[in-house]
Design a protein around this ligand. Sequence first.
Ligand code: ATP
Length: 271
Amino acid sequence: AFDLGLADFEKPKLNFASVGGMEALKEEIRMKIMYPLQHAELFKAYDKKVGGGVLLYGPPGCGKTLISKATAGEIKANFIALGLHQILDMWIGNSEKNMHEVFELARKNAPCVLFFDEVDALAADRRDLRQSAGRNLINQFLSEMDGADSQNDGVLILGATNAPWHIDPAFRRPGRFDRTLFVPPPDEVGRASIIEVMAEKKPIGQLDPRALAKKTPEFSGADLKAVFDLATEEVLTEAMKNGKVVPLTTKDLIKAASRHKPTTKAWFESA
Ligand code: ATP
């Protein structure tokens, strides 16, 4: 194995159970990505094409990275993640070769989920990028995705973006990111499940996930994590005074939530 320096490589332990809510999205990912592996013969019988990538979009902090990693965990695949901003900044000169190597690494480690964060950094319809060396990198990326002679078998490509409307249509052709899925902010039921997942590792007094979910409209998963962090700090301060564990309660969490400003609203306003 070699070290790309920028790519994270791992075999995730986390699976769909670690991701609260997102039921519809989980099922779409199963259909596009998991069932074709698990029921290859049936898909063939219906001449149902497999392969291609899925582009996830939505406000920040709503779980695009998390669900991608959990997808790998769910099918016991390897997971390679890299941010395309970093690539553009740091791979200058060598970027096509490095891009090829990332895909090769994924192919050698199939089944593998290859996750590209900030796809818009590369795929945005930006003239500056097209006129410069970026053009070659874009072409390299597209031809790697096209994957001649089913060379990408067992490689599941996921991309994430906050700004899908900036994506060059060339990236959306069949066999590339041919499906675009919205990862919305969690609704009340989704937030309650996220809260349950987050509470699992905490000493909890009484927890009413629905009550906290009600008090946190427009909160993303990342916002809820911030609420747990804030409440944990408060309770820890008290625990240190007493020298013993003080359980975290719904009240502590609701109080912390009132001090946190949710981040999804700004995305919808700018979108
Ligand atoms: P960005 O667009 O900023 O890259 P993202 O959509 O990829 O954001 P993640 O990085 O996946 O968001 O989520 C941030 C954190 O929020 C996660 O690490 C996790 O702690 C929490 N989180 C988000 N959604 C969920 C969820 N559905 N269940 C549990 N935790 C969640």
